[in-house]
Design a protein around this ligand. Structure first.
Ligand code: SF4
Ligand code: SF4
Length: 345
């Protein structure tokens, strides 16, 4: 059964904006504002029949290039399962929320803010420009048309201002997630940045890969490491590339692997030398990113489908410069903090 029909059963009403003429969807410190017909209107939760804040787009969780490898069927957006459907809006359980902002970025009308490390929903209370509708197929279709339009509108403002404390707090939560949820978290980050990502279903004894991505620039393996065993990631990537090539016909030459870590490995670990060795011997460039870097792009409404500049090795173990280029400003994270943008010693 589709999510739309399931959701329909638990809601008593949904909302739509009166206008289809939306000029901008803006995030700011005072709450989220939707500018419609040249006027500003407070944004609020539309109690969507197909809530983007709760579920990722199923199509984005499939990579045609890797069609014969089973992917996870878990489409939840929130890594902590803090979001549920309420009668008149979605609800957030603040005791579970880690303040990552995934739900806020996914909401096409900016109805979620992250305040003091917790997501907050702006609930409907007779706002200007908003119509209340009974839950009918027609109303759901109208709401869906409006949401699709809003998804294509450029977002303004920041979802969350980064700081060392904000990052450390999120890291603390990520450690408590089990590996499946950590992988789903990384998948959702990449999907919200504009990629298709599949997280491999557990149980395939021939392959230990965490997942793979695909976008208009190419495709590749995705390995996630939230502990300190990055060297294992480099080795796993080589294994996976060989298996994908020999058993699934996925070209080795075009497979651009990504290693996603919670912390960039320390300078003195072998990881950086091994990444360089792999490049020199095989020509395979393992790009290394962090969950923190992906969050920074998410909060700043950046999209990322070209990972080429995230190749770093023993010669340079920092992604700060590249990230600042993409975001277009200095990042307010102290040098070396939790290995988010550069390796610690
Ligand atoms: S928070 Fe946004 S995406 Fe989620 S149900 Fe409300 S309006 Fe829809
Ligand atoms: S901010 Fe993150 S953890 Fe909190 S409700 Fe949203 S998606 Fe879930």
């Amino acid at each position: 059964m589709s999510k739309i029909l399931t959701a329909k059963e638990v809601r008593t009403e949904i909302y739509v904006y009166d206008t289809l003429q939306v000029d901008a969807v803006r995030f700011n410190d005072n709450g989220n504002i939707l500018i419609a017909d040249g006027e500003e209107a407070a944004s609020c939760c539309l109690n969507c029949a197909n809530p983007r804040c709760m579920f990722i787009n199923e199509e984005a969780s499939q990579c045609t290039k890797f069609h014969d490898i089973a992917g996870s069927v878990d489409l939840h957006m929130c890594p902590s399962r803090a979001i549920s459907v309420g009668e008149r809006s979605i609800e957030i359980d603040k005791s579970k929320c880690m303040g990552c902002g995934l739900c806020a970025r996914a909401c096409p009308v900016a109805a979620i803010s992250v305040v003091n490390g917790k997501a907050e929903v702006h609930k409907y209370s007779n706002e200007k420009c908003i119509r209340k509708l009974p839950v009918t197929e027609k109303a759901i279709e109208e709401q869906e048309r409006f949401l699709i339009e809003c998804e294509h509108i450029k977002k303004q403002g920041m979802i969350l201002q980064e700081s060392d404390a904000v990052m450390k707090n999120i890291h603390k939560y990520v450690h408590f997630l089990n590996q499946d949820k950590q992988n789903i978290f990384v998948r959702n980050l990449f999907i919200l940045l504009g990629n298709h990502v599949t997280i491999a279903r557990k149980g395939n004894v021939y392959m230990r890969l965490d997942g793979f991505y695909q976008n208009e620039n190419g495709y590749g393996i995705l390995e996630v490491e939230t502990g300190s065993d990055a060297l294992d990631v480099a080795r796993a990537i080589l294994d996976d590339i060989a298996v994908l090539n020999s058993r699934h016909g996925i070209s080795m030459k075009d497979n651009d692997p990504l290693a996603v870590c919670l912390y960039l490995p320390n300078k003195r670990t072998d990881y950086w030398q091994v990444v360089k060795d792999i490049k020199e011997v095989t020509g395979i460039k393992i790009r290394t990113l962090t969950i923190g870097a992906l969050l920074l792009m998410l909060w700043n409404h950046v999209e990322l489908q070209d990972f080429g500049n995230f190749y770093i090795d023993v010669e340079n173990t920092s992604i700060r410069k590249e990230l600042e280029r993409i975001i277009g400003r200095k990042i307010q994270i102290s040098i070396g903090t939790d290995g988010i943008l550069e390796s610690q010693k």
